[in-house]
Design a protein around this ligand. Sequence first.
Ligand code: SF4
Ligand code: F3S
Length: 106
Amino acid sequence: TFIVGDNCVKCKFTDCVEVCPVDCFHEGPNFLVIDPDECIDCALCEPECPADAIFPEDELPDDQEVYIELNRDLSQVWPVLTVKKDAPDDADKWNGIKDKLEHLEQ
Ligand code: SF4
Ligand code: F3S
């Protein structure tokens, strides 16, 4: 599966959702996750993310391992998103800031 990692938090550009052939992105207040049981590992989403926040699970940086469980758990409760929407006004300001887990709203 592919995993949405830390840099999506408060960036949420949503370019990723448009290319997913199986509609497995789910949307929370300021973050997106991938349902690992639906993802077919097509890799189309990874280059679409302006924040470089999407990784194949085996290439996820070690300090972001908590996001494996977050993608699995939150994809079960958040609704599917398939159409791109406007990013938060301050998305560019947050792009590249490290360790945003404390800002992830559930
Ligand atoms: Fe969707 Fe493919 Fe990305 Fe998986 S790798 S989330 S199937 S676009
Ligand atoms: Fe997040 Fe990147 Fe998609 S910032 S919403 S994973 S395009």
